[in-house]
Design a protein around this ligand. Structure first.
Ligand SMILES: *[C@@H]1O[C@H](CO)[C@@H](O)[C@H](O)[C@H]1NC(C)=O
Ligand SMILES: *[C@@H]1O[C@H](CO)[C@@H](O)[C@H](O)[C@H]1NC(C)=O
Ligand SMILES: *[C@@H]1O[C@H](CO)[C@@H](O)[C@H](O)[C@H]1NC(C)=O
Ligand SMILES: *[C@@H]1O[C@H](CO)[C@@H](O)[C@H](O)[C@H]1NC(C)=O
Ligand SMILES: *[C@@H]1O[C@H](CO)[C@@H](O)[C@H](O)[C@H]1NC(C)=O
Length: 237
C-alpha cells in the first residue's frame, strides 16, 4: 500500500499547534488535477460561487472578484510556504484539498464550531468568519500545486485567498457574522450545489469538506500505530 502510493505522504498539523506533528501515509489513487484548479475561469467562478453561497446563507452580500488581490494571492501561493503573507488584507489559506470547491467548503464548515452570540475570533473558526464577513466586499485568490517538501511547505494544491476590506476585526464580529437565515430571507443570487444548506453531523476529524480515506498513523520510527479514518484535508492556519 505504501509502496504503491509514494506521493501520498502527507503531513498533518493540528490547527492549534504545529508542534503536534503526525505523519500519515494515505492510500489514494493518483488523481488528475481538478479542472477548477487548472483552468483560470473555472477557478474564479468556483471560488465566487462557493464563497457567495455561504455569504448568502449568512445574509452577507456577494463578493466581487478583485484582480489586485488575486495577483497578490497568486504570487504568494507560488512560494509554497504554508504561512500567512503578512499583507494588509484578510487572508485564508488551505492546502491539500482535492478541488477548489472543497478548499473553500473546508472554511465554511467551521461554522459548526462558531458561537454567533458570543461573536469572538477563534483560530478554529477564523476562516469561516472571514468568508461571510459582511463588510468585506471583494476577494481574489491564487493557487499553486506544491510538493510539501521541506519544513513549512504546503502539501498539494495551495489556495490563498485575500479579502478586502479585511474581516475578523475584533469587536465587530456580532454585526458582521450573522447566523444562517431562512432561504426566503437570503439575499438574491445563485446557490452552489456543493455547499450544504445544513451541515451534516460528520465526525470532527472528517469535516464535510474532506475527502475521507483510510490511512495508517505512523510513529516517529515509522512503525504503524493505528488505523484511522482521516481526511485528505491537510492543514490550514
Ligand atoms: C457559478 O454560478 C453561475 C451562475 O449560477 C453558473 O453559471 C456557473 O456555471 C457556476 N460555476 C461553477 C464553476 O459552478
Ligand atoms: C440581513 O442583513 C441586513 C443588513 O445587514 C439587515 O437589514 C436584514 O435585516 C438582515 N436580514 C435578516 C433576515 O436578518
Ligand atoms: C481591490 O483590493 C485593493 C486592495 O488590494 C483595494 O485597494 C481596492 O479598492 C479593491 N477594489 C475593489 C473594487 O474592491
Ligand atoms: C470536489 O471533490 C469532492 C470530494 O472528492 C467531490 O465530492 C466533489 O464533487 C468535487 N467537486 C467538484 C466541483 O469537482
Ligand atoms: C483566515 O483569515 C483571517 C482574515 O485575515 C485571519 O484573521 C485568520 O488568521 C485566518 N485564519 C484563521 C484560522 O482564522
Amino acid at each position: 500500500m505504501l509502496i504503491k502510493f509514494p506521493s501520498a505522504l502527507i503531513l498533518l498539523f493540528s490547527v492549534q499547534s504545529a508542534a503536534s506533528l503526525s505523519l500519515f501515509h494515505i492510500a489514494r489513487e493518483d488523481v488528475k488535477a481538478s479542472a477548477d484548479y487548472t483552468q483560470d475561469d473555472l477557478f474564479k467562478s468556483t471560488i465566487l460561487n462557493v464563497t457567495n453561497t455561504y455569504r448568502k446563507q449568512h445574509n452577507a452580500t456577494a463578493l466581487k472578484w478583485n484582480d489586485t488581490l488575486a495577483d497578490f494571492a497568486e504570487d504568494w501561493s507560488k512560494k509554497c510556504n504554508f504561512e500567512h503573507s503578512g499583507g494588509p488584507n484578510g487572508e485564508n489559506l488551505s492546502s491539500g484539498y482535492p478541488n477548489a470547491s472543497q478548499s473553500i467548503i473546508a472554511w465554511g464548515h467551521e461554522r459548526v464550531d462558531y458561537d454567533f452570540k458570543k461573536g469572538e475570533f477563534d483560530h478554529e473558526t477564523g476562516h469561516f468568519t472571514q468568508l461571510v464577513w459582511k463588510k468585506t466586499s471583494s476577494v481574489g485568490c491564487g493557487r499553486t500545486e506544491c510538493d510539501g517538501e521541506g519544513e513549512g511547505k504546503a502539501p498539494g494544491w495551495f489556495v490563498v485567498c485575500e479579502y478586502y476590506p479585511r474581516g475578523n476585526v475584533v469587536g465587530n464580529f456580532v454585526e458582521n457574522v450573522q447566523e444562517q437565515v431562512p432561504e426566503e430571507e437570503q439575499p438574491e443570487g445563485p446557490s452552489d450545489p456543493d455547499v450544504p444548506e445544513q451541515e451534516p453531523d460528520a465526525p470532527k476529524e472528517c469535516p464535510q469538506g474532506g475527502d475521507c480515506s483510510a490511512g495508517t498513523r505512523l510513529g516517529l520510527n515509522g512503525q504503524a500505530l493505528e488505523k484511522v479514518t482521516m481526511c485528505m484535508i491537510v492543514r490550514y492556519p
